[in-house]
Design a binder for this molecule. Structure first.
Ligand code: MN
Length: 326
């Protein structure tokens, strides 16, 4: 699989520039993957719509090159191809992708909405983060790219996507160890530098307000807690799981766009809920765009917030709960 990637990159960069495009949420996994991969070839450049708070801080700290682009960017010419990292569909990049050049998608989501043509390549597996795939590629094909800075970006993506290794598996843990062997920084110091996220008092106010609006929703065999928020939906959805709910749901409406963010603990996903598949089903029913992982997923589109919420709750209610024996 990785040798196909090496071949694809080799011929694309011969044809011209190859932007490495990130997912629109700009989380540490997508940003770390893009910058690390782009560092392996001068014709590649990491770019995307948005940087999350943490990604922005890491990029500043590490002096990492990232280009912010618009929804309809002017692409460099000649364009050899486009690599997309950690995004399950074009909509998840938020960027209009020209289809007259080959694309290569590197992703680890359970769902995929890409249409592939002849010269395109899809590298998708069950890795717990996209940075694992990128590390394995660089380790095999471009070991000198693995500087301390690049290792930090990759490790940061792995740590955040696994929820500080809570959702890691053997491969993810081994990859973290491989990233560290050959690195010249201390793990504990690095983790500490990741953790110092500052939440402003106005953001804190918004989070608290969202928590006061929480509702416990009857969902057939499942317990669900939901609220709406204008900011920090992922964080709020994780806090809501602390109530012991099987599923948490946070909705938001901004600039004509509705967004759903859902989270579920492992006990729930083991009992038959796959949030990524449900968000994809929601997109099939209502339009918009949805997908993700079994325990963390999202949907976005321009439908009314309340009706999208009810449609999602309906999907949850209809999901059978597998008995603990099975
Ligand atoms: Mn990811």
């Amino acid at each position: 699989m990785l040798n196909q990637l090496a071949e694809w990159i080799n011929s694309a960069t011969k044809r011209g520039a190859v932007p490495v495009l990130t997912g629109r949420n700009g989380d540490m996994d997508t940003i770390g993957s893009a910058i690390a991969l782009a560092s392996s070839n001068p014709r590649m450049l990491a770019c995307g719509l948005h940087l999350s708070r943490l990604s922005r801080r890491m990029c500043e700290q590490l002096n990492a090159p990232f280009k912010k682009i618009a929804e309809n960017p002017e692409w460099p010419s000649p364009l050899g191809g486009i690599i997309i990292v950690d995004a399950a569909s074009e909509a998840q990049t938020g960027v209009k992708i020209p289809r007259d050049v080959p694309i290569c998608v590197i992703d680890h989501h359970d769902t995929s909405d890409w249409d592939f043509e002849n010269l395109d390549l899809e590298i998708r597996n069950q890795a717990r983060s996209t940075t694992q795939i990128i590390f394995n590629y660089l380790h095999e094909y471009s070991i000198k790219t693995l500087t301390n800075e690049v290792r930090k970006l990759l490790l940061a993506g792995l740590i955040t996507d696994t929820g500080r290794f809570k959702h890691a598996d053997e491969d993810a843990l081994r990859c973290a160890a491989n990233i560290l062997s050959g690195a010249d920084f201390e793990y504990q110091n690095f983790v500490e530098s990741l953790q110092t996220e500052k939440i402003s008092s106005s953001d804190r106010g918004a989070i608290i307000k969202a928590l006061t609006r929480c509702q416990s929703v009857d969902c057939g065999p499942w317990s669900l807690v939901s609220t709406y928020a204008g900011i920090h939906e992922g964080k709020i959805a994780s806090i809501l799981l602390q109530t012991g709910a099987d599923v948490s749901l946070v909705s938001r409406f901004r600039n004509g766009e509705t967004r759903l963010t859902a989270r579920a603990p492992r006990t729930t996903t083991k009992s038959g809920i796959h949030l990524g598949v449900m968000m994809q089903q929601l997109a099939d029913i209502l339009g918009g765009e949805g997908g993700g992982h079994d325990g963390a997923a999202g949907w976005s589109g321009n439908q009314d917030r309340i009706s999208v919420e009810s449609a999602f709750i309906n999907l949850v209610s209809k999901t059978r709960r597998l008995s603990d024996e099975s």
